[in-house]
Each structure stands twice: as structure tokens, then as C-alpha cells.
Write a protein of this length. Structure first.
Ligand SMILES: C[S@@+](CC[C@H](N)C(=O)[O-])C[C@H]1O[C@@H](n2cnc3c(N)ncnc32)[C@H](O)[C@@H]1O
Length: 230
């Protein structure tokens, strides 16, 4: 077997591990942040608003709501398996998922991860975290609404990761689909956490009518794993 450029793998390097450990630890405080949001949620539900109307990006500006380590590894391993060199991510937050994706791109020999984040303070922190981990040169985190910032991503896209606000999964997918290569993969997080809101997305992916083969994995809050037939 030929030696790959990643004799040890980027996730095992001291600088990436240090940043990932710190961010996963800090994200555990999300639990308390959610407790603090309970009154706001209760009032919102009484007014018949849905979760995404109540928990807007600005209300959630201090919350990580990241992928678990398990889902992060699923991202890394998938990107490695398909030798992804062009990855697009919707919903970067503080950059935890982006770190796994960028590590994979580095270990695949180079390329680009294009992330997007609508909250300016999170965008700034994500850029700093990726730089500190030594992966900043592989990532472009675009500040703004994904439906605008992802309009001109390059093609072909090997892998798409959807993890922003749930009502936008389908519109963002439709925006990116023409650039997704045959054999490309789309991973979408929180499928079981937001079963009702994401039902149209799951139906679209699993119908067999839209160019995908797809299944829901019971990893963390549920990950829709979809293969693009092209
Ligand atoms: C679940 S978090 C992402 C977590 C991240 N993938 C991780 O693993 O660390 C969702 C993020 O999407 C961002 N977001 C929501 N709507 C957005 C939009 N329209 N465009 C870009 N980002 C958006 C939110 O501000 C939030 O930080």
C-alpha cells in the first residue's frame, strides 16, 4: 500500500486535539444555556411559535450546539473515504464540525472547506479556532445567510454538511445540488431531534425521485446520510 500524506492523521496532532478538546468541553455548558432559555421557549410555545422562530441565531449566539465527537468522526471518516477535497458546510457555529472536516481535507492531500455562519461573533471565533488548530489555510468561513453566501461555491462539491437552522436544509440543498458530484455525500444533522421540521427534507432524500439514496442513522440526534446518484 502506498504511504498516504497523513502518516498519523491530523486529528491526532497536538494542536488539533487541544482545540477540539477545549471546544467540546466548553460546549457542555450549553446545557445551562438551554435551562436559561426555558422561560423564553415556554412563552414562545404558548404563542404557538415553533422552535426555530424562538431560538433565532442571535438568541443562540453563545450556544455551541455542536456535533458530538461521534458525529464529528462520522464527518471525518466519510470525507476520508470519498477522498473529499471540496466540502460545503451550512452552520459553522464555533467551528467544531469544521475542524473534523478540515482535518479530513488536509489528510486527503489538500482542498477547501467552505463554511458559513450568520452570527458575526461566532464567525470570528470559528476563524480563530481553525487558525489555532493549524487548519485555517484550508477553510473559508463565510459570514452571512447561507442562501446568499453559498451561491457561488466552486464545483464539483464532494460533501455537504447541513447543520444550520432546520427550515433551510432543503433550500440550501437545492442551491448546492447542481454542483454536487455523482457519488458525493450529503450529511444532515439533528434529524431525530427535529423530526417534524425535518420530515420534508427526509422525504425528499428518501423518495428515490430526487437523485439520492438515503437513510437516517441513529447517531447522536440523528444523521441523514445521503448518496448522490448524479
Ligand atoms: C447547530 S449550530 C452548528 C454547529 C456546528 N456545525 C458545530 O458542529 O459546531 C447551527 C449554526 O447555524 C447558524 N445559522 C443559522 N441560520 C443560518 C443561516 N441562515 N446562514 C448561516 N448560518 C446560520 C447558527 O447561528 C448556528 O451557529
Amino acid at each position: 500500500m502506498e504511504n498516504s500524506p497523513d502518516e498519523t492523521g491530523s486529528l491526532r496532532t497536538e494542536e488539533v486535539r487541544r482545540v477540539l478538546d477545549r471546544l467540546h468541553d466548553a460546549a457542555r455548558w450549553d446545557l445551562l444555556r438551554f435551562v436559561g432559555l426555558a422561560p423564553r421557549l415556554a412563552i414562545g410555545f404558548l404563542k404557538r411559535k415553533d422552535r426555530s422562530e424562538i431560538l433565532t441565531p442571535s438568541v443562540m449566539r453563545n450556544a455551541f450546539i455542536p456535533v458530538s465527537r461521534e458525529s464529528g468522526m462520522l464527518l471525518y471518516l466519510t470525507a476520508r473515504a470519498i477522498r473529499a477535497t471540496c466540502i460545503v458546510e451550512f452552520g459553522t457555529s464555533f467551528g467544531i464540525s469544521t475542524l473534523y472536516l478540515a482535518a479530513a481535507v488536509r489528510d486527503n492531500g489538500g482542498g477547501v472547506v467552505i463554511g458559513t455562519e450568520i452570527e458575526a461573533s461566532k464567525h470570528e471565533r470559528a476563524v480563530a479556532n481553525l487558525r489555532e488548530a493549524g487548519l485555517g489555510d484550508l477553510v473559508e468561513v463565510r459570514l452571512g445567510d447561507a442562501l446568499q453566501t453559498l451561491k457561488d461555491v466552486p464545483d464539483p462539491i464532494d460533501l455537504v454538511f447541513l447543520d444550520g437552522w432546520k427550515g433551510l436544509y432543503l433550500p440550501v440543498l437545492e442551491l448546492l445540488k447542481p454542483k454536487l458530484r455523482a457519488g458525493g455525500i450529503v450529511l444532515a444533522d439533528n434529524i431525530l431531534d427535529f423530526k417534524k421540521a425535518l420530515r420534508p427534507y427526509v422525504e425528499y432524500m428518501q423518495s428515490g425521485q430526487n437523485g439520492f439514496e438515503s437513510t437516517t442513522l441513529s447517531v447522536a440526534g440523528g444523521v441523514e446520510y445521503s448518496y448522490c446518484r448524479g
